[in-house]
Each structure stands twice: as structure tokens, then as C-alpha cells.
Design a protein around this ligand. Structure first.
Ligand SMILES: C[S@@+](CC[C@H](N)C(=O)[O-])C[C@H]1O[C@@H](n2cnc3c(N)ncnc32)[C@H](O)[C@@H]1O
Length: 264
């Protein structure tokens, strides 16, 4: 890896939080907001978004009068979300806690974990712990919704063409005239089912590079039957899997899989 680096913390803290909304604005993730909206509407009742971040999904749903709370372990992400809630005159309880170990006095009709946030809990036993925590915080017949990417052998292989190469992701223009070029570098550990992703943020003032930050995280991928078994082991029932934020059953061409299941 050749980029000169100034490491960030290993999470979505600090700098990552500041530019998150420019990187992933509302509407940027394949229509997932309207998909969750429909799932929550069908089930009704109150909901908790786990890994709510700066509120990309939480805020549009609150604007439509859904009864929602959010949980995230990053204070930086939550603070941005809080500011936006205040500006928009919306209210939600926001909890700062890791999803693998939280304790809220309320129970929910829905818990949903969008945009691969569950995969960031890369330790297997902690991931199982998180599922148990969701189970505990659901009401009877409550619905759990978790979205993961579909593991595709070509891109997860040790021999994937772009393994360990820097790839351009996005260019983000800031209000003060500066710009940030975001690139990523992926290394797969296929036995462990871990993708180590490094994001590089190169800050430019005009054409002049002024700073470079590196953020690293491990993402665990899951296979379809493996994840179904995990959910069943925790006690979830009636599992359905949809593809690409549509109501189609998961099929080979889909890139995203969303698991729906119930505490009954
Ligand atoms: C990809 S962002 C998703 C944010 C938002 N849900 C969205 O869809 O735009 C992942 C979020 O999960 C949070 N996160 C990662 N690991 C977590 C953990 N173990 N417990 C709670 N939140 C976590 C991060 O801080 C970040 O805000």
C-alpha cells in the first residue's frame, strides 16, 4: 500500500463522520429508504434503527411521522444526527452504544439494521451477541430487518483482480472550495470471511494536496444459509430474504440481501 497515511480511528469517527453526508447523501443507496419505509409501514408500531449514523434513513422516515429511535456507537455520527433533528424540529431518542451490547428500557415492533452496518461487527461471537440483543429488545411478533451485501466469489477471492489496489470511489466538493478524493483498498481474508477495507481521504485546496487520512475497518461477509442458521439459533422465525431493496426473493443477480424475521 503506497499512500502516505495519517491514520484515523478505526471506525466512522471524526473526519469520516464530517463528510459522511456528502459521501452518502439521502437517496444514494439504491432506494433502500423507501424499502425500509414500506417494511415498517406494513408491520406498524415503533422502530429502532441500529447503526443510524447521521440519520440518512432515520430523518426522512421521521419526517413522515414514523415513531423511531436510533442507536449508534459513534458519538460523532450521533452529534451530527442530533443537530439535524434540532434544525428540522424532529424528535427521536438516540442511544450511543455498541449494537452487540446495548440495554434500552423500551421494546420495539421493528428493529432494522441498514447499509451493511451489521457486517462491521466483524467478530463472530459479538455478531451473535448483537442478534441476541435485537431479540431481547423486540416485542412479541416484532420484526427484525438486516441488510447485508451478497458475497460474490469473484470479488471475495484471494485472487480478485483489484485485491490490494487503490480504487477511486468519489470526489466530494466542500463549501470552503476544498475537495476530497475518496479511494478504497480491499484485502480479502477468505477463510475468515473478512474484507479489510481501507479508505483514503485526500484533501485538496484547489489542485494542491494538503492532507491525507486513512480509515480502516474489517467487514465480515455472510452466506445465505449461514445467516439464516444464525437467526434461527437465536430464536427468530419465518425468515424471508429479499434482493436489492425490492420485494423480489433473493436471486443470483442481486447484490444486496435483506433478511426479515420475527420474534414469535
Ligand atoms: C455505513 S454507516 C450507516 C449509517 C446509516 N444507517 C445509513 O444507512 O446511512 C454504519 C454505521 O454503523 C455504526 N456502527 C458500526 N459498528 C457499530 C457497532 N458495533 N454498534 C453500533 N453502531 C455501529 C457506525 O458508527 C456508522 O454510523
Amino acid at each position: 500500500m503506497s499512500k502516505q497515511q495519517k491514520p484515523l480511528e478505526k471506525t466512522f469517527h471524526g473526519f469520516g463522520a464530517e463528510i459522511y453526508d456528502l459521501w452518502w447523501p439521502e437517496g444514494s443507496v439504491g432506494g433502500d429508504e423507501s424499502f425500509y419505509k414500506e417494511l415498517l409501514r406494513r408491520q406498524g408500531g415503533n422502530s429502532l434503527e441500529v447503526g443510524c449514523g447521521t440519520g440518512r434513513i432515520l430523518l426522512p422516515l421521521l419526517r413522515e411521522n414514523f415513531e423511531l429511535d436510533g442507536l449508534d456507537y459513534s458519538n460523532d455520527m450521533l452529534n451530527i444526527c442530533r443537530d439535524k433533528l434540532k434544525q428540522l424540529n424532529l424528535s427521536a431518542d438516540l442511544y450511543q452504544s455498541p449494537m452487540q451490547d446495548f440495554n434500552i428500557s423500551k421494546k420495539y415492533n421493528n428493529i432494522y439494521v441498514p447499509f451493511h452496518s451489521f457486517m462491521i461487527v466483524s467478530d463472530r461471537s459479538e455478531a451473535l451477541q448483537a442478534l441476541k440483543c435485537f431479540f431481547k429488545h423486540l416485542k412479541q411478533k416484532g420484526q427484525l430487518i438486516i441488510s447485508l451485501f451478497v458475497p460474490k466469489y469473484q470479488s471475495l477471492s484471494l485472487y480478485a483482480e483489484d485485491q490490494d489496489k487503490w480504487r477511486h470511489c468519489k470526489e466530494v466538493n466542500l463549501e470552503d472550495g476544498k475537495k476530497i478524493i475518496i479511494s478504497d483498498n480491499v484485502r480479502n481474508f477468505h477463510l475468515e470471511q473478512i474484507k479489510r477495507v481501507r479508505y483514503c481521504f485526500e484533501v485538496f485546496d484547489g489542485e494542491k494536496p494538503i492532507d491525507t487520512y486513512i480509515q480502516e475497518m474489517n467487514i465480515r461477509w455472510y452466506f445465505l444459509y449461514e445467516f439464516q442458521l444464525m437467526l434461527e439459533n437465536v430464536g427468530f422465525k419465518d425468515i424471508t430474504v429479499y434482493g436489492d431493496f425490492t420485494f423480489e426473493s433473493l436471486a443470483a443477480h442481486h447484490r444486496e440481501m435483506t433478511f426479515l424475521c420475527y420474534k414469535s
